[in-house]
Design a protein around this ligand. Structure first.
Ligand SMILES: O=C[C@H](O)COP(=O)(O)O
Length: 316
């Protein structure tokens, strides 16, 4: 990913009076999941696109270097060879955008991805709750970078957003941004914890002003993770920030995205709200541990006319 957001000074005038029309947001989100926005013949191409935007993730307490190595093997070759050939993609076989792991799993991922060009993303800053002392949260960024992570997914302190302490949130994200140096930084807002869509909009704006390269919905550990209404509001914030500053910020829905159909809804949202540039891994990441298997199955159906069982694919 090449984008970098230099950030701007905190400017509450850009968000303090923002209103979110919740019923309209819900209706718009509902329309994305009920209408068929995509012609059948384009679906395979869009699924290949979705695959290239995946941050293939494992963030479990029982992760091992072996599991991470298997995940990385899948990241290098997300699609079975016969399906790559069937889709005519031999010249540029698909791979995923990044592999996302806990800091202690970064060395295993770096080893397994050597030479692939696929970056390792590490969660940090006290993921998932973000409630460890700030000094340790920042030191975790240093640690992950020292081990070879090229992207850092940070979590925000939810109470800053819940208490409308926007200055504190700005300073926190800005400090994290500074520690990330040249690495790309994704700010996880944990929207399922933020109570209102207005808070989601404001937290999105503040994180971008503080220098987040990508805003990400969720850790995958909240009760409610990525949803279309929340994503719509975050996309509108990205649009408003771009209109105000000229900077294009990336978006990462994460948590609970498991079906090819879900992925197509998110791609349609990006295309309609932000345009084609947001259908590429530079500006769109989909954080998912189990989405790849269903995308592969749907592509198998496209190529062969049959659905294979999930276990027939190397790993999902
Ligand atoms: O950042 C990615 C998420 O933690 C993945 O969540 P998931 O396991 O529900 O796909």
């Amino acid at each position: 990913m090449t984008i970098r957001n230099p950030g701007i000074a905190l400017d509450p005038t850009l968000f303090e009076h923002a209103q979110v029309n919740t019923p309209a947001a819900l209706r718009r989100a509902e329309s994305l999941s009920t209408r068929r926005a995509l012609k059948q013949q384009w679906q395979a191409a869009w699924l290949v696109k979705a695959m290239a935007c995946i941050d293939l993730t494992t963030l479990a307490g029982d992760d091992t270097p072996q599991r991470v190595a298997r995940l990385c093997a899948k990241a290098r070759n997300p699609l079975r060879r016969d399906l790559v050939a069937g889709l005519g993609l031999e010249a540029a076989p698909p791979k995923v955008a990044a592999v996302c792991v806990y800091p202690s799993m970064v060395p295993a991922a770096v080893r397994a991805l050597q030479g692939s060009g696929i970056p390792v993303a590490s969660v940090a800053t006290g993921f998932p709750a973000g409630l460890t002392p700030m000094r340790e949260r920042l030191a975790e960024i240093d640690h992950a970078l020292g081990e070879g992570a090229r992207e850092i997914d940070v979590v925000i302190t939810r109470s800053h957003a819940l208490g409308q302490h926007w200055g504190a949130l700005y300073e926190e994200v800005q400090a994290m941004r500074a520690r990330c140096g040249a690495a790309q930084m994704k700010a996880i807002l944990a929207t399922g914890d933020l109570k209102t869509l207005r808070n989601v909009y404001k937290a999105s704006m503040v994180a971008m002003m503080a220098g987040a390269d990508v805003i990400k919905t969720s850790t995958g550990k909240e009760e409610v993770n990525a949803t279309l209404p929340v994503s719509l509001v975050m996309c509108r914030a990205i649009r408003d920030y771009r209109d105000a500053t000229g900077y294009a910020i990336g978006f990462k829905p994460a948590g609970g995205i498991r079906s090819a159909r879900d992925a197509l809804h998110w791609l349609t949202l990006m295309n309609e709200e932000l345009g084609r540039d947001w259908l590429e891994p530079d500006l769109l990441r989909i954080g998912a541990s189990a989405l790849l298997g269903d995308i592969e199955r749907q592509l198998e159906h496209h190529v062969t006319g049959r659905y294979g069982a999930l276990h027939q694919h190397a790993m999902v």
